[in-house]
Design a binder for this molecule. Structure first.
Ligand SMILES: Nc1ncnc2c1ncn2[C@@H]1O[C@H](COP(=O)(O)OP(=O)(O)O)[C@@H](O)[C@H]1O
Ligand SMILES: [Mg+2]
Length: 380
C-alpha cells in the first residue's frame, strides 16, 4: 500500500517536473499567444493533484506508523499489563514495581513519538497552505489605455517614429529609426545577422518595451495597448519554434477557440495532414519529448499553422523557413501571399523568396531600416 502510493506520487512528481521544464522552454510561445491563463490553470491543477497525492501518501504512512507503534507498545508492555493485574490482586513485589517504572518510560516514549508526528502534521499543513497562497496569487495585469472604439479596430497601420533601442548589455540596435507598415502588404525585413531583425519583431510584439521614440498602432502608442489586446491582433512565429507535450490539435489551437476543420485545412495545405492521420490518435496524438517524433521542418510548419489559425491583423515571421525544404517553402509562401490580402505581414529572412505579389524590401543597416519608398507610397 505504502509502496503503491509512493510510486503514484513519484510518477506525478516526475510529470510535474516535465511540465515545469517545458513551460520554461516554451515560455516565449506561451506569452506570445497569450495562453498564460490556461497554463496557470494547468499549473494549479498539477499542484493540487500532487498535493492531494502527497497527503494520501502521508496519511497512509501516518496510520501505518501509529499501528506499528501501538502493536510494539502492546508487545513490549505485556509484562506491565500482567503487573497491573497482579497489583489488583494485592501481590505487588519490589521487582514488579521496578518493571512497572521501566515500562512506563517506554509508554512515555511512544506518546512522545505520537506528539512529534503531530508537530510534523502541523508543519506539512502550513507548507501546503503557503504553496496554495503562492499558486493562487494573480499576476498584476497591465492596464490598457485605449478607448473602446480602438480596442476592437483592425490594425491597419504601424508607424515607427524615431525609435532608438539599446539592449540590456548596452548594444545600440536602432537609432532614430523610421518606417511605416500598412495593411495588405508583405514586408521582407532583410539584414545581416545581428542587425536587429529579431529585436524589431520583439518590440512590435511587446516582448521588449525598452525603446525611445514612438510606435503608433492605428495612431495610438504601442505602450497603451495591453499585452492581451495586442497579442489577439498580432501573431508572432519566432526563430525558436517549439511544440509542447500536448496533443497536435492543442499544439495548433493553443487552447484558443479554433474549429478542428480550420486546423485540418491548414495542415492539409502545409503537407502535415497525411502525417498526422498516420499517428495513433491522429489530431489527438500527444507529442512526446518536445516534439521529438516530428522533424525540425515539421515543427516549424506546426508553429506556422499555430499563427495562421488565429487570423490576426498583423503577422510577424522570423526566419520561419530555416528548416523547411524547398517544396514546403513554396506552400508557405503561397499562404503568406493569401493572408497578406487582409493583414500586415513582416517577414524577417536571409532568403530571396519568389513571391507572386508585389512585396516591399526593408533593409536593416547602420541601426536604421530603409524601405523602398516608392512601393510604400503606392500601397498607402
Ligand atoms: N537578449 C539580448 N541581450 C543582449 N543583447 C541582445 C539580446 N538579443 C539580441 N541582442 C543583441 O542585439 C543585436 C541585434 O540582435 P537581433 O535582433 O537578434 O539581430 P538579427 O535578428 O538581425 O540577427 C545583436 O547585437 C545581439 O547581439
Ligand atoms: Mg534574428
Amino acid at each position: 500500500m505504502i509502496k503503491s502510493k509512493e510510486i503514484e506520487y513519484t510518477k506525478m512528481h516526475d510529470s510535474f517536473m516535465s511540465f515545469l521544464y517545458e513551460s520554461l522552454s516554451g515560455l516565449k510561445s506561451i506569452k506570445i499567444f497569450k495562453v498564460e491563463n490556461k497554463w496557470n490553470e494547468m499549473f494549479r491543477k498539477n499542484v493540487t493533484d500532487i498535493n492531494e497525492k502527497n497527503i494520501e501518501k502521508f496519511n497512509v504512512q501516518l496510520v501505518t506508523q501509529v499501528i506499528i507503534g501501538v502493536v510494539t507498545f502492546l508487545i513490549n508492555n505485556l509484562n506491565i499489563i500482567l503487573a497491573i493485574y497482579l497489583i489488583f490482586n494485592g501481590r505487588l513485589s519490589l521487582g514488579m514495581m521496578t518493571a512497572f517504572n521501566e515500562y512506563s518510560d517506554r509508554f512515555k516514549g511512544v506518546l512522545l513519538l505520537l506528539s512529534k508526528l503531530n508537530s510534523k502534521i502541523q508543519q506539512v499543513s502550513v507548507s501546503l497552505r503557503r504553496v496554495g497562497e503562492i499558486v493562487d496569487s494573480e499576476s498584476i495585469g497591465k492596464i490598457e489605455n485605449v478607448n473602446d472604439k480602438e480596442r476592437y479596430n483592425k490594425i491597419e497601420k504601424i508607424e515607427i517614429k524615431d525609435i532608438s533601442h539599446t539592449t540590456q548589455s548596452s548594444i545600440e540596435v536602432f537609432k532614430d529609426t523610421n518606417i511605416n507598415f500598412y495593411k495588405n502588404n508583405i514586408y521582407l525585413i532583410k539584414g545581416a545577422s545581428g542587425s536587429g531583425k529579431t529585436s524589431l519583431l520583439n518590440i512590435l510584439s511587446k516582448l521588449i518595451d525598452e525603446y525611445t521614440g514612438e510606435i503608433l498602432i492605428n495612431g495610438i502608442e504601442l505602450k497603451c495597448y495591453s499585452e492581451e489586446n495586442l497579442r489577439n491582433k498580432v501573431s508572432y512565429v519566432t526563430q525558436d519554434h517549439y511544440m509542447f507535450s500536448i496533443s497536435i490539435r492543442e499544439n495548433i489551437s493553443l487552447y484558443r477557440d479554433v474549429p478542428l476543420e480550420d486546423i485540418e485545412n491548414i495542415c492539409k495545405r502545409l503537407n502535415l495532414h497525411e502525417l498526422i492521420l498516420s499517428l495513433p490518435n491522429q489530431y489527438d496524438t500527444v507529442i512526446n519529448d518536445e516534439g521529438l517524433n516530428f522533424s525540425g521542418g515539421q515543427i516549424q510548419r506546426v508553429c506556422f499553422a499555430r499563427a495562421i489559425v488565429s487570423n490576426p491583423d498583423v503577422y510577424l515571421f522570423d526566419e520561419i523557413t530555416s528548416a523547411i525544404d524547398q517544396k514546403n517553402i513554396e506552400d508557405v509562401l503561397r499562404i503568406i501571399e493569401e493572408i497578406s490580402a487582409n493583414a500586415i505581414v513582416l517577414l524577417a529572412t536571409h532568403e530571396n523568396f519568389k513571391f507572386n505579389v508585389p512585396i516591399i524590401e526593408c533593409s536593416v543597416m547602420n541601426k536604421r531600416i530603409e524601405a523602398n519608398e516608392l512601393n510604400l507610397l503606392q500601397n498607402v
